[in-house]
Write a protein that binds this ligand. Structure first.
Ligand code: APR
Length: 260
């Protein structure tokens, strides 16, 4: 995207943020690619290397081979604990520091919004996270770092040390219910905001992709920052097909200049 058009669009979004009463930021895997975490549907993304049909809850609990594959995919270094926030995460966290952010609704399981400084109570993780694994037998919780050590030592299907039950990462698998309280609160926040900014998502996975629809139906302005097209592009008041890090940095620089 040309510099001057990115600057002009960043200015437009900054003015929307300054005039907003309730800003909700909605993120997908595209906000984390600049942290080294592959997204799912870009060329070379995760679903070009793993088959999404293997990553269902039903297969995880019924097929040891699927469990081995899922732990391998989820245990891949940067996908879980080694990644660091990037400029886009820090820009969103700065909006919170300025008192301009109602909340972040994320589809990501990488915990990078919290690592960048957004208070945990303001981050709604629709697809869970990788901070813990839970035993489906006795409910024992394990920090993911502990599980990762076992995976790195070659254990392919870690089980519960207490009861040898089946361990499952806290990430929501396909076919698994999203955490009800998180989904309810995220839906309410989306319907209650007046500015909704999407960063790095194809908006093709439901119910997460209902969030921008609830916002627009409630009369909120919609901004989309995404490298590729989405089904909501026509509803966007501002559409920026550029990289999240650069774009969000320019937007927050302008907001900062306006609040002084
Ligand atoms: N800046 C801006 N946009 C980017 C960047 C970047 N640096 N990198 C990638 N993108 C865009 C891609 O063009 C793509 O449109 O981010 C989007 C990522 O889309 P997906 O890979 O589909 O990720 P997401 O929308 O989060 O997927 C939703 O699908 O597989 C499930 O549970 C998984 O939470 C995930 C859900």
């Amino acid at each position: 995207m040309a510099e001057d058009s990115l600057d002009a669009l960043a200015q437009e979004v900054a003015e929307l943020i300054i005039n907003a009463k309730k800003l909700v930021v909605f993120t997908g895997a595209g906000i984390s690619t600049e942290s080294g975490i592959p997204d799912f549907r870009s060329p070379g993304g995760i679903w070009s290397r793993f088959d999404p049909d293997d990553f269902t809850y039903q297969k995880f609990v019924s097929d040891p081979e699927s469990r081995r594959k899922q732990w391998r995919m989820l245990g891949e270094g940067h996908l879980t604990t080694l990644a660091e926030p990037n400029l886009a995460h820090y820009a969103v966290a700065e909006l919170d520091e300025m008192g301009r952010l109602d909340c972040v609704i994320t589809q990501n399981i990488d915990h990078l919004h919290q690592k960048a400084g957004v208070p945990a109570g303001k981050v709604f993780e629709l697809h869970g996270n990788m901070q813990q694994a839970v035993c489906l037998g006795c409910g024992q919780l394990y920090p993911f770092e502990q599980i990762k050590l076992r995976l790195d030592k070659g254990e392919e299907i870690p089980d519960c040390e207490a009861c040898h039950g089946m361990l499952k990462p806290n990430a929501v698998l396909f076919g698994e219910q999203l955490p009800y309280d998180v989904l309810t609160e995220a839906s309410n926040r989306s319907s209650g905001c007046d500015l909704f900014i999407v960063i790095g998502s194809t908006l093709v996975v439901y119910p997460a992709a209902y969030m921008p629809i609830y916002a627009v139906q409630a009369g909120a302005r919609l901004v989309i920052v995404n490298l590729s097209s989405t089904p909501m592009d026509r509803e966007a008041d501002v559409l920026i097909n550029a990289k999240a890090g650069e774009t969000m940095t320019r937007i927050v620089e302008r907001v900062r200049g306006m609040v002084k």
